[in-house]
Structure formats: structure tokens, C-alpha cells
Design a protein around this ligand. Structure first.
Ligand code: GDP
Ligand code: IMO
Ligand code: MG
Length: 434
């Protein structure tokens, strides 16, 4: 099947990077379609750990063309630094292609992200402070500056002047910050051009040319379903559309082209940043601490401790719908190994209009309901055996297999992969994916 999308089904950090890496092996193009360097995608291969923020996780295969699509927001300095890091590790980055329509993250976006979070005080979103929200806001307001603008000094200077006229006023008068120096900024951004220019192209044409000749294209989502601007837990979301439909917009393909949509799901749940989380384990909970420590649940990008909780099947069912998932790729099953009893949130209890509480099977669309939702758990026996070296599904302990089958039943789509450790080779492939 030529086009596959990889999407997170929770609040990010499910292990999308490792699956993009795994499936890149049989792909010709790997495309990032949204987000920016708020992402942190980890690949562990041959004992080496690689963390990527902007470059698609297909970069490790010399025959793969990695593409940064039009839907991504790009901080050019971060991109160049990442390319240097990869080159330093002996990885050829010449093949990378960059959409001319992708928007640039400018220093004022980063500055505004920081000060607006500070102004929100206790209501802050807990963003990654990378300038993502302000960059997408400018894109929607039609005052953004795009990668292609770097190719024409006059146009770039004009757009920068227009932007700074407003941004410097806002920074100085609303946030009491120093205005940004126009000449320094212009010189700095134009200095990125020689490095980026050979990579800039019409990525939409590139993707379609490949699809038309039967080549395999993999779309790598960043962030996740419940961080989606439209479908996530607004306002505690990111400013792009990580859901599978976002691949269409952010890469320039129609839905008819998408054949396989893989929802990467952690065997439990984590969230970094603020916002509702019904199956969250309270601070100090022993299982929560175990998940964080065994799962190394600290942000790849910002180092923040991730908030832990049990797997939420209500969210998973909703993610199956929102993304038209064809399957689920389950990660971090190994982290649950020592736990005697494993819980899965199968429904919520929410306040009933007639008083008391009532059971809700679906994900609440109304924020007040979501904020009050209490988890209803089903308890399954744990397996209390290490699974890191298992390579065949049938060799997993029976209770671990039952846990996977239970998730499958809840999701209503097959589980096609089970990851039992961070490395590429610690992946159990189920017959449905083979
Ligand atoms: P992404 O943003 O979805 O690509 O995920 P991150 O890379 O931010 O976070 C996932 C973390 O879990 C990384 O440190 C991975 O190396 C690690 N990881 C991924 N899959 C597994 C797994 O099956 N078991 C364990 N123990 N760690 C995993
Ligand atoms: P990957 O691709 C986890 C969260 C932030 C914050 C909210 C908004 O590695 O899964 P933003 O900087 O995007 O405006 O922040 O979204 N967030 C992520 N959480 N993984 C990510 O990416 C994230 N990218 C953004 O913590 O709550
Ligand atoms: Mg991550």
C-alpha cells in the first residue's frame, strides 16, 4: 500500500519516531506534515540514541528522501543545527527536501510564546516555548513569512518590515520587552539561505510524482490526536492538526491517497504540559512514579516530567474515529511488567443533569464535562515477567497477550505491532501487519 500515516493517539510521546524509523525501511519518501521543533522523536538503533525535532525520522536510511511538508513551521537555525548534528554522526542529509510553502518561525514568535505564557500565569498552557502557536497564528492571519521568501531578499525585507511594525509594538507596549533589531534579524535570516536553498522545492509535486509511480510514502505525525487544535483538549493543545486529516493538508494529498493509518499508543498514558487528564494518577502515586521512572517519562525536548496515568480506552476509541485508524501500534508494554494488576479506563463517570453521576462511554465534547470526568476502570491481571527479549507474539506471557487483545477489543481495530523496548529490534510484528 503506497501511503501510510503514523499518528499519536494520546497526548504525544507515544513512540511515533520509532515506528516512523521502522516503517521507513520500506518507504521511499518520509514526510513530516505539521508541527515544528516542539516535537521530540527518539530512535534507538544499533545501541545509538537519536533525537529529532524537525528532520523526519526516515533520515537514517540512505535510500529514503525525507521531506518537510508545507504544514510544518520551521525555525531555520534549529533545522541547520539538526542537520549539522546528523552530518557529525556520519548521516548524509543532502536528500532532505523542504517545502517553500512551510512557514518560518521568527524570533518574535518565540518571544511572544514566552511572554504570553507568563501573562497567563496559573492558566498557562505549558507550551514548549518554541514559538509554535504564534507562528501558526501569523499563518492564519496571513502575515506569516514562508521559506520561499528567503529566496528573494527584497520580498523577505518587505515582509519582515511589515511584521516588525506590529510585533515590536506589541512586544514593547503590551509585554514591556525590547523591540527586535530589524537589520540584525534580516542579516541573520538571509545568512541561512545558502544552506537551505538546495533543499527547497515543490514538495507537493514530489510526493505526487512518487505516488503515481507506485512508490511508498510515509507521513510522520508529530504531537497527537488529543493535542489537535480542532479535536484535542482545547485550549490545552498545540496549534496544528496532528490527526490523520492533517497529513492531507500539511503535505498536499487528498484523503483517497491514504491507505494505512497507524495509531501509535502507549500501553499507559502520559501528558506533558497543562490540561485535563481523566485517567491521571495522582502525584505521589506509587504506580505513577513507577511508570515515570521505568518509562523514562521526561520530555525529549524540554526535560519536563510527564504526567502519568493508566491507558484510556475512551480516548483510544475516539482516536480510532478521528483518524480512521486501520490499526494500533502499541508501545512500552515492557514498562508495565512489574505491576501486579493493570487498569484500563473503559468509560467515564460524569455529573448527571438530574443529580448524581452517570456513565459515559464516549469522549465528552464539552470541556466542563471533561474536566469533571472520573475514570471507570477495568482491572486485568499483570504478567510480572520481563518481556524485552520477546520477538513473537505467542511468546509473550498469557496475561500480556490478554492485555493486548483487550486493547484491540476496546479499539475495534487490530493491534499490528507491540513494542517491548526502545530499540528498533524490540518490536513484535503481528500477522496483521506482516
Ligand atoms: P514520540 O514523540 O512519539 O516519537 O516519542 P518520544 O521519543 O518523545 O518518547 C518515547 C520514549 O519512549 C523515547 O525515549 C523512546 O526511546 C521510548 N520508547 C519507545 N518505545 C518504547 C518501548 O516499547 N519501551 C520502552 N521502554 N521505551 C520505549
Ligand atoms: P511529540 O511529537 C508531547 C504539548 C506541550 C503543551 C502543548 C502546546 O514529541 O509527541 P506547543 O509548544 O505545541 O504550543 O505546546 O502541547 N506538546 C507536546 N507534548 N509531545 C509533543 O510532541 C508535544 N508538542 C507539544 O507540552 O502542552
Ligand atoms: Mg516526543
Amino acid at each position: 500500500m503506497p501511503a501510510t500515516v503514523i499518528v499519536g493517539t494520546q497526548w504525544g510521546d507515544e513512540g511515533k519516531g520509532r515506528f516512523t524509523d521502522l516503517l521507513s525501511k520500506e518507504s521511499e519518501l518520509v514526510v513530516r506534515y505539521q508541527g515544528g521543533h516542539n516535537a521530540g522523536h527518539t530512535i534507538v538503533a544499533d545501541g545509538e540514541v537519536l533525537q529529532l525535532q524537525l528532520v523526519p525520522s526516515g533520515i537514517l536510511y540512505p535510500y529514503v528522501v525525507p521531506v518537510i511538508g508545507n504544514g510544518v513551521v520551521v525555525d531555520p537555525k534549529v533545522l541547520i543545527d539538526e542537520l549539522d548534528m546528523l552530518e557529525g554522526r556520519g548521516i548524509d542529509t543532502q536528500r532532505l527536501r523542504l517545502s517553500g510553502n512551510a512557514h518560518l518561525i521568527m524570533p518574535y514568535h518565540q518571544e511572544l510564546d514566552m511572554v504570553s505564557e507568563r501573562f497567563l500565569g496559573k492558566n498557562k498552557l505549558g507550551t514548549t516555548k518554541r514559538g509554535i502557536g504564534p507562528a501558526y497564528a501569523d499563518k492564519a492571519a496571513r502575515v506569516g513569512i514562508r521559506i520561499q521568501d528567503l529566496l528573494d531578499e527584497k520580498i523577505f525585507a518587505e515582509k519582515l518590515d511589515l511584521a516588525l511594525r506590529e510585533k515590536n509594538q506589541v512586544l514593547a507596549k503590551v509585554y514591556n520587552r525590547l523591540p527586535l533589531d530589524r537589520d540584525e534579524l534580516l542579516e541573520r535570516y538571509l545568512s541561512y539561505r545558502p544552506r537551505l536553498e538546495p533543499m527547497i522545492c515543490d514538495t507537493v509535486a514530489l510526493i505526487h510524482d512518487e505516488l503515481e509511480t507506485g512508490k511508498r510514502v510515509l507521513f510522520e505525525g508529530a504531537q497527537a490526536t488529543f493535542l489537535d487544535l480542532d479535536h484535542g483538549t482545547y485550549p490545552f493543545v498545540t496549534s496544528s492538526n496532528p490527526t490523520a486529516g492533517g497529513a492531507c493538508i500539511g503535505a498536499g494529498v487528498g484523503p483517497r491517497h491514504l491507505d494505512r493509518i497507524i495509531g501509535v499508543t502507549k500501553a499507559y498514558t502520559t501528558r506533558v504540559g497543562s490540561g485535563p487528564f481523566p485517567a491521571e494518577l495522582a502525584e505521589g502515586d506509587a504506580v505513577g512514579d513507577l511508570l515515570v521512572e521505568r518509562g523514562h517519562e521526561y520530555g525529549t525536548n524540554t526535560g519536563r516530567r510527564r504526567r502519568p496515568g493508566w491507558l484510556d480506552a475512551v480516548m483510544l476509541r475516539h482516536a480510532v474515529r478521528l483518524n480512521s485508524l486501520t490499526e494500533v501500534a502499541l508501545t512500552k508494554l515492557d514498562v508495565l511488567s512489574p505491576i501486579p494488576e493493570v487498569k484500563v479506563c473503559v468509560a467515564y463517570e460524569v455529573p448527571s443533569p438530574s443529580g448524581g453521576w452517570e456513565r459515559l462511554e464516549g469522549f465528552p465534547y464539552h470541556q466542563s464535562v471533561l474536566h469533571k470526568a472520573r475514570p471507570v476502570y477495568e482491572t486485568l491481571p499483570g504478567w510480572q515477567a520481563e518481556v524485552e527479549t520477546v520477538t513473537e507474539f505467542d511468546d509473550l506471557p498469557p496475561a500480556a497477550r490478554d492485555y493486548v487483545r483487550f486493547i484491540e477489543q476496546c479499539a475495534g481495530v487490530p493491534v499490528s505491532y507491540v513494542a517491548v523496548g526502545p530499540s528498533r529490534e524490540q518490536t513484535v510484528v503481528l500477522p496483521v501487519a506482516a
